[in-house]
Design a protein around this ligand. Structure first.
Ligand code: BGC
Length: 266
């Protein structure tokens, strides 16, 4: 379990880290000031190589880090935190969503460390986003059981209990009404199926009501790019639990990845 408090201490000790968020479409990266949780320069993005092969993705990350080192004063030689859409245990990927099978079983952390020539720490993308929201965003100083759901290509989830992360909480794969939840209620599914907000909110309601029944969270935070239009679907939900939009929106994964990079010094 990773502690937000431990991360605060690490952030205070070493201020600038590189965060990289690997998604199905874009690989985003930035130098992050951990004292404020904000990018210390532009957030750069490069297209994810088709198929998401691990070697091709590492090449793209190498380019991204080189670009950040040219553009951002203070980026040179900084450790990198990497958020990936996989179950991650001790640096090894145990699943691969929207990536090819070359990730599964690979010690991604050691591999990227040798490819990027610097300390690297790898974390699940939703866990990264969740920790960033807990420390700098909509979940700041919230006690109890906080569930952060990222609605994007899939559905990512992070469970944070009194500021401590329970890692690899894969609630996008819950089966609801015979379907995997993320195949019905992710943001990309809404776009691909051309769903209006009323219909989409209905799907979210069904999913969130099930999640609420199973886990009784104290707060649900909705992240991913779709959190920017939360007024379209949040007022249509009816749950006992407060549901609020994430405040870091699309940069949460990059910020959360950079937070993890603090641990890469060890
Ligand atoms: C994956 C998760 C990931 C989420 C968001 C899901 O399909 O299983 O590990 O966090 O997508 O990318």
């Amino acid at each position: 379990m990773a502690a937000v408090t431990a991360t605060i201490e690490a952030a205070a000790a070493h201020d600038l880290r590189i965060g990289i968020d690997i998604g199905g479409t874009w690989i985003k990266g930035a130098l992050i000031d951990l004292a404020s949780g904000t990018p210390a320069g532009a957030v750069r993005r490069l297209q994810t190589p088709a198929g998401g092969n691990v070697g091709a993705v590492a090449d793209t990350m190498d380019r991204l880090v080189a670009e950040l080192e040219v553009e951002c004063l203070g980026a040179a030689g900084r450790p990198v935190g990497v958020a990936i859409p996989s179950i991650v245990k001790r640096g090894i990927a145990h699943s691969a969503a929207n990536m090819d099978g070359s990730w599964i079983g690979l010690d991604v952390q050691s591999y990227l460390k040798s490819r990027l020539g610097r300390p690297v720490r790898v974390v699940n993308d939703a866990d990264a986003a969740g920790m960033a929201e807990a420390l700098y965003g909509a979940g700041t100083a919230r006690k109890g059981v906080v569930l952060v759901l990222t609605l994007g290509t899939g559905i990512g989830s992070a469970l944070i209990v009194d500021g401590r992360l329970v890692p690899n909480f894969e609630l996008g794969h819950l089966e609801v009404d015979g379907f995997k939840a993320e195949s019905r209620a992710s943001a990309v599914v809404r776009e691909n199926e051309g769903l209006g907000w009323v219909e989409y909110a209905g799907r979210l309601q069904r999913y969130l009501a099930h999640v609420e029944f199973l886990f009784s969270p104290d707060l649900i935070i909705i992240g991913g790019g779709i959190s920017a239009c939360s007024q379209e679907y949040l007022p249509r939900l009816s749950l006992r639990t407060p549901v609020i939009p994430a405040s870091l929106e699309n940069s949460a994964g990059v910020v959360g990845a950079a937070l993890q990079a603090s641990a890469a010094w060890n």
